[in-house]
Design a protein around this ligand. Structure first.
Ligand SMILES: Nc1nc2c(ncn2[C@@H]2O[C@H](COP(=O)(O)OP(=O)(O)OP(=O)(O)O)[C@@H](O)[C@H]2O)c(=O)[nH]1
Length: 554
């Protein structure tokens, strides 16, 4: 199945197709134009050559007719000189000059009334030729002529007759001598046949009125082209109207040919040459075939070279594609883009780099958004869940103590109600900040909701450390809060759940920390309470540590 251009998937293949097409087009165009010019030039050269040939053929026939006329004139001189006038004497004279047959098919003599008085070929023949045009014209013109072609009544052959009138000293017509030329006799046109061009080219002759005098198809001799089936071909019509030279045309048999015409000087005859175009331009046709093969070869070579060049030129594109794929699958960083390149691939790499960076920033922002509390910029509940699960796992493996502090600002609602929600927000921000600053960088601080915060303490050496941590946090909160131009005293209650055996679940921790916080609140707020999930000596979860509520900072 032939692929459409758009369905060719690869850019390389498309560019190669374009290159092949363009080279083919260019080679085809150059070939066409040069061959067209060559053909025009060749046409004019061949035309000139044909015309020159015909001119020499015409000159040959003219010369031949002149020599025939001269021969008859010489005959006349001899007849007059010898004073031969009696028919039998003329017959004898003709028969004595048998070499006349070299020039004429037959020689006759007609008396002044047109009656046959001598006949070289047949002395017994009789006939009246007074109505023959050539006799009437010769008598009228008082000089010899070349007749129109006609069929001889004596021989039945197509002939033309060359005449010569014979006068006595007083200028009285004695008789007319006529030399007949057999139009089918090869000798007269034999020389012409040698001049034909190409294998099937040929020469022909006709009168200006259209009577065929010579043609390779002997059947057509004496036919008038106007009467033939199909009528006169346009080029012949032009020649009959006076054209001399070469024309493109079709022969009677429909063969496209170069047809050249030339008029004779001695008669109103036209000599023509037909040169079939196929034969005239055979070298050019061969050249055209060779040029087509050469064009195809050049296009194929250009396609191959183009393909290799494209492969090389587009190599950075392949690298770029691989980089994008690897970055997408996460095995490479966006630094692999070659942003220093100066070409279009460099531009593309820079564009990809910027795009990837934007995407990475957007992803980071999204991740941050999903994991960070937007108000205080510390971890949110979701992040806390992840961090705490991981911390629990680590504690389990290392069998180190783990603590979860649950903090709730005391009477925060009052702050909101008294100073407004905006001030409340600022208190939350300041609270988170202080909390974060007072614990280790490895201790995770998160806001669960409202005024509830948690802190995860890893690697606790003993449950006693919990009280110290709670005190540290309460100490950090104690100084006045300077928010919205106000000086506020903010306190917090802290509940801490500690597991030194590290076997508690997330829910256990939350529950115990919540209970501890509740206890701290119950004890009057601004204090802390610690609950152990499990003591080092495997104390059961939920057992209250001592002191159950510590408000040592009060
Ligand atoms: N400004 C502000 N207030 C919030 C936010 N989220 C929750 N709150 C308010 O925080 C208050 C929390 O009050 P509670 O913890 O229930 O009670 P409390 O007033 O702190 O009293 P105790 O906890 O018993 O000491 C509620 O009034 C909430 O509307 C917040 O993002 N910003």
């Amino acid at each position: 199945m032939i692929k459409t251009f758009a369905s060719i998937g690869s850019l390389k293949a498309r560019i190669t197709v374009v290159v092949v097409f363009l080279v083919l087009l260019a080679a085809g165009l150059v070939t066409y134009v040069s061959l067209h010019l060559a053909e025009r030039q060749m046409r004019s050269v061949v035309g000139d050559q044909q015309f020159a040939l015909l001119s020499s053929a015409a000159a040959y026939i003219d010369e031949d007719l002149v020599s025939k006329k001269s021969l008859l004139a010489a005959l006349r001189e001899q007849l007059v000189y010898a004073d031969i006038g009696a028919p039998s004497a003329i017959q004898g004279f003709l028969e004595a000059h048998g070499s006349l047959r070299d020039e004429f098919f037959n020689v006759i003599a007609l008396d002044k009334s047109g009656k046959l008085i001598a006949n070289l070929n047949d002395r017994r023949a009789v006939g009246d030729f007074s109505k023959r045009d050539y006799f009437i014209d010769t008598v009228a013109a008082h000089e010899g002529l070349v007749s129109h072609p006609f069929r001889s009544t004596l021989s039945g052959k197509p002939v033309v007759v060359v005449t010569e009138p014979v006068y006595d000293a007083a200028g009285k017509l004695l008789f007319v001598i006529g030399g007949a030329i057999d139009l089918q006799r090869p000798r007269f046109f034999g020389q012409l046949e040698a001049l034909k061009s190409g294998r099937t080219g040929y020469l022909f002759m006709l009168t200006t009125t259209g009577t065929i005098i010579h043609h390779p198809d002997k059947q057509r001799i004496l036919n008038n082209v106007k009467d033939e089936a199909g009528g006169v071909v346009p080029s012949t019509l032009a020649a009959m109207n006076g054209f001399e030279g070469t024309l493109d045309g079709k022969s009677k048999r429909g063969i496209v040919s170069l047809i050249t015409y030339k008029r004779l000087r001695q008669t109103d005859w036209i000599i023509g040459a037909v040169y079939p175009v196929d034969e005239a331009f055979a070298p050019l046709i061969d050249m055209r075939k060779n040029a087509m093969v050469a064009s195809a070869a050049v296009a194929a070579a250009a396609g191959l070279i183009g393909w290799l060049a494209i492969l090389r030129l587009l190599r950075p594109l392949g690298a770029l594609r691989k980089h994008v794929a690897r970055i997408a699958e996460g095995s490479k960083d966006i630094d692999v883009f070659d942003v220093a390149r100066k070409d279009e691939f460099g531009e593309l790499s820079r564009a990809f780099f910027n795009l990837s960076q934007q995407r990475r920033d957007a992803e980071n922002n999204l991740v941050k958004l999903t994991r960070t509390d937007p108000l205080t910029d510390i971890h949110n509940r979701r992040m806390f869940d992840e961090i705490f699960a991981a911390a629990l796992e680590r504690a389990r493996r290392s069998r180190r103590g783990l603590g979860l502090a649950y903090l709730d600002i005391d009477r925060f609602k009052q702050i909101n109600d008294t100073y407004g929600h905006g001030v409340g927000d600022q208190v939350l921000v300041e609270f988170a900040k202080r909390l974060k600053n007072c614990v280790r960088i490895t201790d995770a601080v998160a806001r669960l909701a409202g005024d509830e915060f948690v802190v995860i303490f890893e690697h606790l050496g003993s449950h006693d450390e919990a009280a110290g941590l709670a005190t540290k946090m309460l100490d950090a909160i104690r100084p006045d809060f300077l928010v919205g131009g106000l000086v506020l005293t903010v306190t917090s209650s802290v509940g801490i759940a500690v597991d030194m055996g590290s076997v508690g679940a997330v829910g256990d921790f939350m529950e115990e920390a919540d209970k501890a916080l509740y206890a701290a609140k119950e004890a009057g707020r601004n204090g802390y309470s610690v609950r152990l999930l499990r003591t080092p000596s495997a104390q059961p979860a939920g057992v209250m540590s001592a002191p159950a509520v510590a408000d040592s900072h009060k």
